[in-house]
Design a protein around this ligand. Structure first.
Ligand code: SF4
Length: 239
């Protein structure tokens, strides 16, 4: 974590200038190998689009730490898909990030917090555990894309937030380019993709979407919630 706000702002300015116009592996490789060597991790949900970025990371450094948030409410298919990708890509340092059993027992004894207060549930199951896990790094990589819309529509490939430099190598990629990358690298599909489920998340908060509809619209249906909080001020609150 880069403690000084000024240091963070200067670092962002320098990196943005130096890597202007780059994305994908062309951006990620020098960031991993040079700028944040040993100080960077990938955060992955192992959801329906995650394999593209995982393949990219594996090609650069299969020992790069991959942080996987296990909320305890993930689809079994996601856990099996994670194992399949780890074996296929030779990922050597996948770390499961999860809330402690004690915290879950205290704050969500009946397991229904997701229904009563989704933000509190995401905070306990995702945001707090991730905040602890990323503390030892200066930078983390995300798989967000602009085509996902909402707050992501203007996403920059490099950003500064919560004391970290965040790298978004896929920010500018289109849905068609993501699809093409699956073909190019022979990547397996998430078993739930064909059933129309959103890119990743808990079974409690995911619903099938119609073919051609925005996949993310299948998350937190019937609420105004559209992010889990790891990319907004909730993470700062948990650090
Ligand atoms: S997605 Fe739903 S179940 Fe999962 S952590 Fe967030 S609110 Fe809880």
């Amino acid at each position: 974590m880069l403690d000084q706000p000024l240091t963070l702002a200067r670092r962002l300015e320098t990196l943005s200038e130096q890597y202007r116009g780059l994305h994908g592996e062309a951006l990620l490789r020098p960031i991993v190998e040079r700028e944040f060597k040993g100080r960077i991790a990938l955060v992955s949900s192992f959801g329906t689009e995650s394999a593209v970025l995982l393949q990219m990371v594996a090609a650069i450094d299969p020992a790069l730490p991959v942080l996987f948030i296990d909320t305890g409410k993930l689809f079994g298919e996601t856990l099996r898909y994670r194992d399949e990708l780890v074996a296929l890509l030779g990922l050597k340092d996948v770390r499961t990030v999860a809330p402690s059993a004690l915290v879950v027992k205290e704050r969500d004894p009946d397991g229904m917090l997701w229904q009563k207060d989704g933000d509190a549930c995401c905070f306990m199951r995702k945001v707090e555990p991730l905040a602890q896990a990323v503390k030892g790094f200066d930078s983390w990589i995300t798989g967000r894309k602009r085509f996902q819309g909402g707050a992501r529509a203007t996403l920059a490939p490099i950003e500064a937030a919560d004391g970290f430099i965040k790298i978004n190598p896929l920010a500018g990629m289109s849905f068609a380019e993501i699809e093409a990358a699956f073909e190019t690298h022979g990547l397996p599909r998430h078993p739930l993709e064909a059933e129309g489920f959103p890119p990743g998340g808990c079974y409690t908060c995911s619903a099938r979407v119609a073919p051609g509809a925005d996949r993310r619209s299948g998350r937190w249906v019937g609420t105004d919630k559209n992010e889990c909080g790891i990319h907004d001020s909730m993470l700062s609150a948990a650090l």
